[in-house]
Write a protein that binds this ligand. Structure first.
Ligand SMILES: [Zn+2]
Length: 573
């Protein structure tokens, strides 16, 4: 008997609280779960609509009512998608990059140029006459540059701090408030509290580290990267209390100032980038020709024909961009990119190839295909990698699942040298476009699932930027438009997760998930089927101790699966 499609009995567990992976609170997060080697895409779709998520072969569902963090399932119907301005900007930049109008170096330099521009403008006018409002605005910009720089060196700072529980997180939004300190003599001093905020944001990771120690450990490195981008008429200092001070000096003092030298660290970083860029530019691949490459074919690893016009300026040549779809699989090249991504973007060095394989490369869902009504197109379902190539070189991978209703985004990672391109945003836009294109032939295939959304979790906030989003009510299993009212409700009533009350019409729990008036223990004993040592048995057939343990675990599991799937799955050991 093939047990591939049967959940592993030994993996079944109920809601026992454990340490929260998001806020790190002990015994505060509860999920039920099970492992299945191969799940059908139909069943997975049902599970997603009940708040489940998969991680490799492991399927889990969080108890939102009792858990510290509340991961709501989030999705979007692509037919209603409205692109945000900031995303449109990122897409325009990306297209310019592909057209050879702008290079990665240009993008990197752009921010620094902005900083210098401020400097130049300052030199042409008397700083004392500058209105306060302008100054605050200008400082807010500098503040933002510094913050971006700190975000860039977060992995280096993590090392300095020896944080073992992951990378230093640097929020770059919302921190641009300035306190204006009373001017002394010819000096006006402005302060920013962003280091305090970074400290507050990360302190769960190093509970024993006090603010002054935190500041002492990172101060030099932060100053190193921030100083070169601060116009020369500003002094900069980091105080022990974490306040970042900008002082604005008068013109006389400014002229005495020697031009700021680029710090060693900054030069080193810049030259590393340079080397990487050179590597890309000089990489020469043999042109490979595919005779019938009119359309990208699903599954095929077809090679690209490179357009090799001898360009005078290699920076300005057009880049051939392709997305190829391949069944999820693990190889050295993609693992290398994944490792680099984790290290450079998230400051994490712990990735193993096995971990990568189990997390992102398993073919955990059954492959199948559906055909459009007019039989002109087929949609392949299952676990895929959407591979992004620039001139034939692998640049990014979107790990996705296809069901007949949805593209579920599992993960997205890219070669960190492309960081200025905001490939995370581009990936999401391309995935949405992919669904849109196919939905013309497959009208049911119209949803973009982004997994879990936790409102307090900075890392997840981006998911709500693909609008209009919907959140799944974990009590009634109806989808609820994610608007301002709902956002405010979640902020203010953290523990009240029955969000379907915001629907215009009152709703009750969907029938299959409604266990009201049902004795769960009796349900489990009656309906759960086991396959043990070649025999089909029920939980009642188990020995006393095991019976008690399994009834307890299955009560949570079945309540999360619903009546139909609870009765359909056969659990094997
Ligand atoms: Zn938590």
């Amino acid at each position: 008997m093939n047990t591939e499609h049967m959940p592993d009995l030994r993996s079944v567990h109920g809601y026992s609280p454990h340490k929260c992976g998001y806020c790190k609170k002990e015994n505060a997060f509860a999920s039920t779960g099970m492992s299945v080697k191969k799940m059908t895409t139909q069943d997975y779709q049902v599970l997603m609509d009940r708040g489940w998520r998969r991680c490799g072969e492991y399927y889990y569902k969080v108890n939102l009512e009792t858990s510290c963090c509340k991961p709501f399932t989030i999705r979007m119907n692509v037919n209603n998608y409205v692109m945000r301005k900031s995303h449109q900007k990122a897409l325009n930049k990306f297209n310019k990059f592909l057209n050879g109008e702008i290079t990665l170096e240009d993008l990197k330099k752009k921010e620094e140029q902005k900083g210098k521009k401020i400097d130049e403008e300052k030199k042409t006018e008397n700083p004392k006459k500058q209105p306060l409002g302008d100054k605050i605005e200008e400082l807010a910009m500098i503040n933002k540059y510094c913050l971006d720089k700190i975000a860039e060196i977060a992995p280096v700072l993590s090392e300095a701090l020896q944080i073992l529980n992951g990378a230093l997180e640097v929020k770059s939004e919302g921190i641009n408030k300035f306190k204006v300190v009373q001017p002394k003599k010819n000096e006006e001093v402005y302060s920013s509290n962003f280091l305090n905020l970074i400290y507050a944001e990360n302190r769960k990771k190093f509970p024993e580290l006090k603010l002054p120690d935190f500041i002492a450990k990172i101060k030099e490195k932060v100053l190193d990267v921030c100083k070169p981008i601060i116009p020369s008429n500003y002094g900069v200092e980091i105080k022990e209390n974490g306040y970042f001070f900008f002082s604005f000096r008068d013109e006389l003092k400014m002229q005495e100032e020697k031009p700021e030298k680029k710090s060693k660290n900054d030069q080193k970083l810049a030259s590393q980038d340079q080397t990487k860029m050179e590597e890309i530019k000089t990489q020469k691949e043999k042109p490979k020709v595919d005779k019938d490459n009119k359309k990208p074919k699903a599954d095929s690893q077809k090679m690209i024909e490179e357009t090799k016009a001898p360009a005078a300026d290699p920076n300005k040549k057009k880049i051939k961009f392709e997305i190829k779809l391949a069944k999820a699989s693990c190889d050295d090249a993609t693992f290398e990119m994944y490792k680099n991504y984790c290290r450079e973007i998230h400051g994490s060095q712990k990735e193993s190839k096995d971990g990568y394989k189990d997390f992102l490369c398993l073919q955990a869902l059954d492959y199948g295909e559906i055909e459009s009504e007019d039989k002109s197109r087929k949609l392949k379902l299952g676990c895929y990698h959407m591979k992004y190539y620039f001139d034939g070189k692998l640049a990014a991978i979107g790990v996705v699942d296809f069901t007949s209703k949805a593209l579920s985004s599992v993960y997205f990672f890219y070669d960190p040298i492309y960081k200025p391109l905001k490939l995370g945003v581009i990936g999401a836009i391309k995935e949405i476009q992919f669904i849109k294109d196919l939905s013309t032939k497959f009208p049911e295939f119209q949803y973009y699932y982004l997994g879990y959304y936790i409102q307090d979790c900075q890392k997840m906030v981006y998911k709500a930027e693909y609008e209009p989003a919907e959140l799944l009510c974990p009590i009634t299993y109806h989808w609820v438009p994610f608007d301002e009212t709902l956002k405010t409700h979640i902020d203010k009533n953290h523990n009240d997760v029955r969000i379907s009350k915001f629907l215009k019409e009152p709703v009750t729990c969907i029938e299959d998930m409604n266990f009201e008036g049902i004795n769960l223990e009796a349900f489990v004993k009656k309906h759960v089927k086991l396959f043990l040592q070649g025999q089909f048995i029920t939980i009642n057939d188990l020995a006393g101790n095991w019976k008690t343990i399994f009834v307890k675990a299955f009560k949570d599991l079945c309540a999360g699966l619903g009546k139909k799937l609870s009765s359909e799955f056969i659990f094997h050991a």
